[in-house]
Design a protein around this ligand. Structure first.
Ligand code: NAD
Length: 363
């Protein structure tokens, strides 16, 4: 697996990407971007801008294409729209895309960059908490296809990720809490800097974008993900730890896609964490404390998940279809032995899955 990536690194002269891309934390994303783009021909730059931040981006002096964000736009049509803009501007293999937006925009930008002329460089400027701490690090790019989330995509890391917490000023609180749930997950799988208790004790309701502690927590969560991804870029082992909460979470998220108000990704992950911590206690010897702490946290900040009893069979069916499973009969899950000690490749039965859903919906 490592050799495969060594081959990619040989393309350095063409697409100078680092597989463990580094984050730049800045209070002024425009100046940082200008210095990163200084070595590119101005005509060879295309910004892909999330409609929600179009006004803040303004007229930055580079070509730009604005795309509607939200999961319903994470499609091949939008990717095609970006490719069309690249062709229309005769951008060559020495060009660069810059994705400025939430996780939908950064995932789409990376995918368009990775597939255009067999790969051009791209830079991520995430503008949601979730995109900063999760989506724009680690090199996973893609779009939804046939209604299945991220079913078409590439591992294709960005040249650079520019983190500017100022973006969070305009972010609605539900979107903030969605990103926060992924940060809580990070605190559960790696506690080297006492992340879990720092996250639990941080006053999320009073959070402001220039809060020093918040910036520190964002940096620490990104560093955990970077470290894990660097050791296992293509998710053959340790990287699966990052999937904690996602086996149950994705099923809830996918089922809600048809509803008038689909669940935000992070909310689904938070509920998935509760179900998977329940199984960690019953199957992996995990102490009860993190489950109790997270349950209290959920009831206070996220509310209970809504689900009809009849949905449970459907949820389990969706879990069987998860792309992380090796066989259709499996449900592959990441659990926890204790905080900071994930247990990857745990196979759970349909009955165990139903029991965990039962626990979650009884809270
Ligand atoms: N590549 C990865 O490793 C990875 C990891 C986690 C999630 N993801 C993907 O990320 C996506 C979710 O990302 P998201 O939560 O950022 O959702 P999103 O991109 O849909 O953004 C959420 C909403 O916030 C708006 N928005 C963006 N920035 C804003 C700002 N500064 N102020 C106000 N509004 C703003 C967007 O227009 C959108 O309406 C999913 O598609 C998920 O699959 C990818």
């Amino acid at each position: 697996m490592q050799d495969k990536f060594a081959y990619l690194q040989k393309k350095h002269y063409l697409c100078p990407r680092k597989l463990d891309n580094t984050m730049i934390v800045t209070a002024n994303w425009k100046d940082t971007l200008a210095s990163l783009l200084a070595r590119f021909d101005r005509e060879q730059v295309l910004l892909v801008v999330d409609a929600a931040v179009e006004e803040t981006v303004g007229e930055p002096g580079w070509n730009k294409v604005v795309i509607e964000a939200g999961e319903s736009h994470k499609t091949l049509d939008t990717v095609q729209h970006i490719w069309d803009e690249l062709f229309a501007r005769t951008i060559t293999r020495h060009g660069v895309l810059v994705g400025i937006g939430g996780g939908v925009v950064t995932d789409l930008t990376g995918f368009a960059a990775g597939t255009y002329k067999r790969g051009i460089s791209y830079i991520n400027i995430p503008t949601t908490l979730l995109a900063m701490t999760d989506a724009s690090t680690g090199g996973k790019t893609g779009c939804n296809y046939h209604g299945i989330k991220n079913s078409v995509g590439l591992f294709y890391p960005p040249l650079e990720t520019v983190i500017c917490p100022q973006w969070l000023r305009s972010l609605p609180s539900r979107q903030f809490m969605s990103g926060w749930a992924e940060m809580l997950k990070t605190g559960l799988i790696d506690d080297t800097k006492n992340l879990w208790s720092r996250l639990l004790n941080f006053d999320v309701e009073a959070s402001v974008s220039d809060d020093v502690e918040l910036t520190g927590l964002i940096k620490d969560c990104i560093s955990v993900k970077e470290r894990i991804v660097a050791s296992d870029p293509q998710e053959s082992g340790l990287r699966k730890a990052l999937n904690l909460g996602h086996t149950f979470g994705h099923a809830l998220e996918e089922m809600s896609l048809d509803s008038p108000s689909p669940l935000l990704h992070g909310y689904a992950v938070l509920y998935g964490l509760i179900a998977e911590l329940y199984l960690s206690v019953t199957l992996s010897g995990c102490p009860k404390e993190p489950l109790q702490q997270l349950t209290q946290y959920m009831l206070h900040y996220y509310g209970q998940p809504q689900c009809k009893c009849s949905d449970r069979e459907r949820l389990v069916q969706l879990m069987h279809q998860d792309k992380k499973n090796a066989h259709l009969t499996d449900i592959n899950c990441t659990l926890l032995h204790r905080i900071g000690e994930p247990a990857i490749n745990q196979c759970i039965s349909t009955e165990q899955a139903l029991e965990a859903w039962e626990f979650l919906f009884s809270l």
